[in-house]
Design a protein around this ligand. Structure first.
Ligand code: GDP
Length: 424
């Protein structure tokens, strides 16, 4: 199996951490391909809970080379702290490599994101304020500093002086903040450089060489399809492209290497922050999902909005990514509901849409058309074989297959590794 892409099919937090952990066992290389330390994978392995914000979950396996590819933005301070934390838990981090092309998150990115979000007031996007959006903006504006710049102090200082001049004008004149001094930034970043040096390499070449040698590569996205900068619910999106196509651009490999695209979806839907969410349930059902699913963000602790499974959304994600199979997580959270609802279409101004409406204003006004299926009372987190699931739970999984046209490969009934049921 050459390259496999794992993509979140919803608004992120689908359990990609667990899904990639499940798949990584059979992989030689795991690559994180976009975003920054705004992701939060929670992985439970051998009884330990690990929260990974930037490093791919493959790091938990000694045989896996973990890669942060060029399309990721890296806050070196956060990366080093995460490496230290993993080390303190006994996880080997020497097999982590970072692309020299990845862009750096700089102190002014954090500062600017804080003040601009405040300035937007009630129109704020609800970003994670980790400087990720501003770092991607500078990348597009071609004024970004890259990981490789850390290893040429003269160039680093030159580039920093140019950028900082403008950033300080914005900070002081527009937002009435204090300017940032270059000396402190250079000292900090040169310290980071020394520690990161053994990990930095041409990751596109590394990935290509591994594929050419017949090794298996897992390309892991952060966030989810509905947060894609181009295909998501703009502007309530992330500042990069989680969709499968972007995995190739970021990793630097051609499409012919890919033979599987796995969509990870919850058995219901959650969303963090502002923006449209047709199946959001503001009543008791949504509350139950928050409680049973512990729906609070790994990175931010924010309460997630919850609602019923949305087949329109998943069909949209399937079309954009070309899923070859699905991983369905958190089915255990739906135990106890007398019936479970599945959104099969949207109704907007009296018209029925079976696919995502072509204009976002329609999406904002979309009302879900539900199909109601029988629920199951039993807790299923102790079940270890798909065939032992209550018939209603199996029917639910089958119905999702019918509605989306993609088969589920694994159903997850709890956060632990062993709570993963292969679907026959
Ligand atoms: P990711 O960013 O897509 O990896 O998602 P997160 O890790 O932020 O959120 C998933 C959360 O759900 C984590 O706390 C996981 O431990 C947990 N989780 C994953 N799969 C399951 C499951 O099948 N059932 C339950 N109850 N929790 C799960």
């Amino acid at each position: 199996m050459p390259a496999t892409i794992v993509v979140g099919a919803q608004w992120g937090d689908e359990g990609k951490g667990k899904a990639t952990d499940y798949l990584a066992d059979r992989m030689d290389v795991c690559v994180r391909y976009q975003g920054g330390n705004n992701a939060g994978h929670t992985v439970i392995a051998e009884g330990r809970e690990l929260k990974l914000h930037l490093i791919p979950s493959g790091i938990l396996y000694d045989h896996v080379t973990s890669v942060i590819s060029g399309g990721v933005v890296v806050d070196p301070r956060v990366l080093l702290a995460e490496m230290d934390e993993l080390r303190s838990l006994g996880v080997e981090v020497s097999r982590l490599v970072v692309s020299g092309n990845a862009h750096l998150i700089m102190p002014y990115h954090l500062e600017l994101e804080k003040v601009t979000e405040r300035h937007l007031g009630r129109n704020a996007l609800g970003t994670t304020k980790r400087g990720i959006g501003p770092a991607y903006a500078d990348k597009a504006a071609r004024i970004g500093l890259r990981v490789q710049d850390l290893f040429d102090q003269k160039i680093f200082r030159q580039k920093l002086d140019v950028v900082l001049k403008e950033k300080n004008l914005i900070l002081t004149k527009v937002y009435n903040r204090l300017p940032l001094e270059p000396e402190g930034i250079v000292a900090d970043y040169m310290g980071f450089a020394e520690r990161l040096a053994p990990h930095v390499t041409d990751t596109a070449k590394l990935i290509h060489d591994q594929l050419s040698a017949g090794k298996s590569v897992l390309l892991e996205g952060a966030q989810g399809t509905m947060l894609d900068l181009d295909h998501g619910t703009y502007p309530f999106v992330t500042s990069s492209n989680p969709v499968a196509g972007h995995a190739l651009a970021s990793a630097g490999v051609g499409p012919h290497w890919v033979d599987a695209v796995i969509g990870v979806t919850k058995a219901y839907v959650t969303r963090v922050g502002a923006g449209p969410f047709p199946t959001e349930d503001l009543g008791q059902a949504g509350e139950t999902m928050v409680k049973r699913g512990a729906e609070f963000g790994t990175t931010t602790g924010r309460r997630r909005r919850c609602g019923w499974f949305d087949a329109v959304l998943l069909r949209y994600a399937e079309r954009l990514n070309g899923f070859t199979e699905l991983i369905l997580t958190k089915l255990d959270v739906l135990s106890g509901f007398p019936s479970v609802k599945v959104c099969t279409a949207y109704r907007v101004d009296g018209q029925i849409y079976e696919d995502a409406p072509p204009h976002q204003s329609l999406f904002h006004r979309a009302e879900p058309v539900y199909e109601e299926l029988p629920g199951w009372r039993e807790e299923i987190d102790g079940i270890r074989s798909f065939d032992d699931l209550p018939p209603a739970a199996r029917k639910y999984v089958d119905r999702i297959h019918d509605l989306v046209g993609v088969a589920t490969r694994m159903v997850s009934v709890g956060p632990a590794r062993e709570q993963s049921l292969s679907v026959p």
